[in-house]
Design a protein around this ligand. Sequence first.
Ligand code: GUN
Length: 293
Amino acid sequence: MAAKLLDGKRLAEEIRVGLGPRVLALAERGMVPGLAVLLVGDDPASVSYVTAKEKACAELGMRSVERRLPAEAGEAAIIEVVREFNDDPSVHGILIQLPLPKGVSEAKVVEAISPEKDVDGFTPVNVGRMVIGEPCFLPCTPHGVLKLIEASGIRTAGAHAVVVGRSNIVGKPLATLLARKSVNATVTVCHTGTRDLAEHTRRADILIACAGTPELIKADMVKPGACVIDVGVNRVDDQSRAKGWRLVGDVEFDAVKDVAGSITPVPGGVGPMTITMLLFNTVESAERAAGRA
Ligand code: GUN
């Protein structure tokens, strides 16, 4: 293996250790950072993400409250819960696990979240602030990816970053953040309309795969020495496993690791960083609330 492994688990742990004293300082003022989580339906991947987020909160001495609604719950019932969270002073961060069931407008639900408690950074107010470079909650996965790129040691200023995927949660915000003056990368965004994907990815100094397609990025699509960040989390059938499936990313790890300069594994790369940046935003939100009190 030629590539340096970008250990998201370890970096996430380091950041969490730094949050500990901030949680303690809030506790001395009688305040426990609180994250409210709403899960609609019982999609197994969503259930496991939510469980991991709640466990991480507990480990850091933060409070999490979970509300579950059945998949049939309509938009109005979901928005009602969001409003309850908005009005609850013990809640500093609100997380609506996406995707929501078919027929529910994610845009309307997300818009109902108070921007001061929008620790996912999904509301139009926070997205707008991010684009114009105003203080805001940065979306957790893109924020975690930036930290991993920083840890890779690669020089971002003037580098060519290629983002494969244009979701609202990852691809779009990541492209915006990479083009910020403080990062200063030149950004290409590839998507399903891109004519020759490999032609673009081969020119990337920093390649970020966030398309949601298992093992889309092959070794011959990667520039030797590139920093490769794999945001994909895909369950693929594997009858050799007791569960009948295994997790793979959007990058063919075993082949790409021999070409890349640095690479994130799946699991243990971006995933733990996402959760940590969520804790980071929730602590920050609680500190702001303490400052207003
Ligand atoms: N679904 C997939 N990723 C995310 C995320 O970062 N936040 C929320 N709320 N839902 C998700």
